[in-house]
Design a protein around this ligand. Sequence first.
Ligand SMILES: [Zn+2]
Length: 67
Amino acid sequence: MVLLNDKQNDYRINFNSLGAPVSVEITCCGRHIGEMRLKDGEERKCTQCQTVHIVAMGHNHFHIRRR
Ligand SMILES: [Zn+2]
């Protein structure tokens, strides 16, 4: 297992040409596990550690949470 790896867990936010955030690419356990649209309730599960990554939209903001 590689411990000296600061990309073990990473969220990459993609923006459209107008500068609005549109999606988030998730890296968990050092692997790219998928891309979520910024839509309330979108989620991806890491099959390695079973962590579920969830998008929670607010009025003028969003959260990316783990469960
Ligand atoms: Zn994981």
